[in-house]
Design a protein around this ligand. Structure first.
Ligand code: ZN
Length: 235
């Protein structure tokens, strides 16, 4: 049981006390508490409270109920406030996460855009103004390239002529071999072989010359700035 003074809302409260029609007081709540403890008055004594006489026992029961309800209400309020705060914290965190995700998406999009642009025409790192355009450039200097063409063109013609020549020679030689007398056939075959060797030799020479010429005029892919003309090797 709560003590009487505590139940009675502080020291300021005063009560008239009545027992079998005889009225005393008013006494402060603290005094009534002392008298109860000393058994000078009992729980069946009446006090004047809220405009009517009630037994101290009923008064205590009512006050306990009221205080318990108040306490409960305060607890509920606290819990509600705590729950609201927690919910708000969760909502704020969710919004923060969404904002972070959107930021991430935005970054990804702009990165993709930047990368796409750079794949087409990357920005020049020398002047940082122009764009780098792909172009094919000779690996060798101009005189060497000219020599390369001088080698390549005759070699290509040589290869072509030697192949055609060899084919016609073999057709002609085949006819000669088949028409020659039996005792001359060995000589005819030998002559044909030597003649074919002549064509094959020049075919190989032309081919080697062609390879050298082709090596000299080979090109490489480079990137050249449209603004400052800087050239970098294409990776
Ligand atoms: Zn540039």
């Amino acid at each position: 049981m709560n003590n009487f003074a505590e139940l009675s809302d502080g020291a300021g409260a005063q009560f008239l006390v009545r027992w079998r029609g005889r009225q005393e007081g008013p006494y402060p709540a603290a005094v009534i508490e002392v008298k109860l403890a000393a058994n000078e008055i009992g729980l069946l004594h009446e006090i004047f409270y809220n405009g009517k006489w009630v037994t101290i026992r009923d008064y205590i029961a009512e006050r306990e109920t009221v205080l318990r309800a108040e306490h409960q209400a305060r607890d509920d309020e606290d819990r509600l406030a705590r729950e609201t705060a927690e919910r708000q914290a969760i909502e704020m965190e969710e919004q923060r996460q969404i904002a972070l995700q959107n930021e991430g998406k935005f970054k990804t999009t702009s990165q993709i855009q930047r990368e796409t642009t750079s794949t087409h025409e990357p920005l020049c790192r020398t002047c940082e103004v122009g764009r780098l355009k792909k172009l094919n450039q000779y690996r060798m200097s101009v005189p060497v390239v000219v020599i390369g063409y001088f080698l390549l063109v005759p070699s290509a013609i040589g290869i072509l002529l030697n192949i055609v020549g060899l084919v016609f020679y073999l057709i002609g030689a085949g006819t000669v071999v088949s028409q020659s007398a039996t005792q001359d056939k060995g000589i005819a075959v030998l002559a044909t072989t030597l003649g074919s060797g002549f064509f094959l030799f020049f075919l190989v020479v032309s081919f080697i010359g062609g390879i050298f010429g082709w090596l000299l005029i080979m090109k490489k892919k480079v990137l050249q700035c449209t603004h400052c003309g800087a050239v970098i090797a294409a990776s």
